[in-house]
Write a protein that binds this ligand. Structure first.
Ligand code: SAH
Ligand code: SF4
Ligand code: F3S
Length: 438
């Protein structure tokens, strides 16, 4: 039997797409190899969000070429956002690539692998939902559930709309049928996915319309689903109905990833984020009113074109005011074809790095303080089994999405109560009181 290995880069969308890729390859009769070296088919499911992602991938492709020179039967397959962005050049510049599919064409992967010439590439056409393909889930008790594909926003720094297409919402009947099926299979935690998950449903026809808030409530009502999370919401679409649905649905976790990008109104405007500093802070206040213990995480970009010292101070200031639980911090990376890449006031690299360092210090300080404040509390933890580094210690996630390390053992998938005894900026450590659900 030929064996495949999938390497996944990028965001949750790609992680989820990789489950579909694995499901398809297994449907085509392939087995999974334990690592790249043992595989006959190397699949790279790629990301192109920042230049670094591109560089890393090109390195992997060169390594694959080296292997293929020794083993001509090796197949090299490239899927995902980078493949889509290179659709014109990929077979010319990387002639050892055997097949390539964009994120809208995962369903064509097996055909592309059997094809010759141009047929080896399948791009564009974002009509098919990868969600309808077979899948291979990594964990029995957790699942991704795709609500929509693509993005209708026009953030001036972002390449995603050009590689994932316009936003298309999945029919609510299909989404809920999948959610019920997952619950029947024993899934207890669902992560709802979309590039802009809370604008879900706006493109559906009036007779089938379902808002994101209604979808949250409908998934909450499914027996067996005890944890619901979602990614990524856009602040502009975080309206009162969504906040109320979060607060009133028992299964929706007390956690939200709410990308800030910048704290400067001037920069936000040039980013085309469509909210300003005041609206973001007001939104946080309303979320905390409705859910006082909500854990907030965010994304921040430093060094966006034209970002002055004063703009960056605004970002630090908003960060201090909100006191996020954690953040992903990025140095602005110009992306081909995006509006901001053509702005003339690009920020010098050393300024970008200096700002990132300052921001990371603030992020770490707040992360440590937010976690320290949980010492002494009892948290519900969903066990993910033994920790990778120390099999005597178990790991899991709290409802607030914090990594929890605990003893004694509790099998993966079980829910336990943990008293938090120690914390760092990354983890909570504690002791299990009693299993809540075996
Ligand atoms: N759709 C999601 C995620 C988009 S990509 C959302 O809107 O939240 C994830 C993060 O990458 C973004 O939130 C942004 O902070 C960052 N990012 C996107 N484009 C970038 C670029 N050109 N340079 C640096 N960071 C970028
Ligand atoms: Fe990119 Fe903005 Fe869409 Fe997010 S909302 S994927 S940052 S264009
Ligand atoms: Fe990357 Fe595509 Fe996700 S560019 S961040 S894998 S949508």
């Amino acid at each position: 039997m030929r064996r495949y290995h999938v390497t996944t880069f990028g965001c949750q969308m790609n992680v989820h797409d990789s489950e579909r890729i694995k499901g398809m390859l297994e449907g085509a009769g392939l087995g999974e190899a334990p690592d790249r070296d043992a595989a006959d088919v190397l699949v790279f499911n790629t990301c192109t969000i920042r230049e670094k992602a591109d560089d890393r991938l090109v390195q992997h492709l060169h390594d694959a070429r080296g292997r293929k020179e020794r083993d001509p039967d090796l197949q090299v397959v490239v899927a995902g956002c980078w493949a889509e962005s290179q659709r014109e050049a990929i077979f010319r510049e990387f002639p050892w690539v055997d097949a390539a599919v964009g994120p809208g064409r995962i369903g064509s992967l097996a055909d592309a692998m059997r094809a010759e010439g141009d047929e080896r590439g399948a791009f564009g056409s974002f009509d098919d939902f990868a969600a309808d393909l077979p899948r291979r889930r990594e964990r029995d008790f957790q699942a991704w559930l795709q609500l929509s594909m693509g993005c209708n926003s026009v953030c001036s720094y972002c390449i995603v709309p050009s590689v994932r297409g316009r936003e298309r919402s999945r029919h609510p009947r299909e989404v809920l049928a999948e959610a019920r099926q997952l619950a029947a299979e024993g899934v207890t935690e669902i992560m709802l996915l979309g590039q802009n998950v809370n604008s879900y449903g706006r493109d559906l026809s009036p007779d089938e319309r379902c808002t994101f808030a209604e979808m949250l409530r409908a998934v909450d009502a499914i027996d067996g689903i005890s944890r619901i999370r979602f990614m990524s919401p856009h602040p502009k679409d975080m309206r009162g109905d969504v906040i109320a649905a979060m607060a009133e649905s028992d299964a929706v976790c007390n956690q939200l990833h709410l990308p800030l990008q910048s704290g400067s109104t001037r920069v936000l405007k040039r980013m085309r984020r469509t909210y300003d500093q005041g609206r973001y802070l007001d939104l946080v206040a309303r979320l905390r009113d409705a859910m006082p213990d909500i854990a907030l995480t965010t994304d921040v970009i430093v060094g966006f074109p034209g970002e002055s010292d004063a703009d960056f101070e605004d970002t630090l200031d908003v960060y201090e005011q909100v006191g996020f639980d954690h953040a992903f911090t990025f140095i602005y990376s110009p992306r081909r074809g995006t509006e901001a890449a053509a702005f003339e006031d690009q920020v010098a690299d050393e300024v970008k790095h200096e700002r990132l360092e300052r921001l990371v210090d603030v992020v770490q300080r707040h992360a440590a303080a937010r976690n320290a404040a949980l010492v002494g509390t009892t948290q519900e933890v969903l066990s993910e089994g033994p920790s990778r580094t120390d099999p005597g210690v178990f790991r899991g996630k709290t409802r607030g999405n914090k990594t929890a390390l605990f003893t004694p053992a509790a099998p993966a998938g079980s829910v336990v109560s943990m008293v938090v005894e120690e914390s760092t900026s990354q983890t909570l450590r504690g002791r299990i009181l009693s299993p809540v659900v075996a």
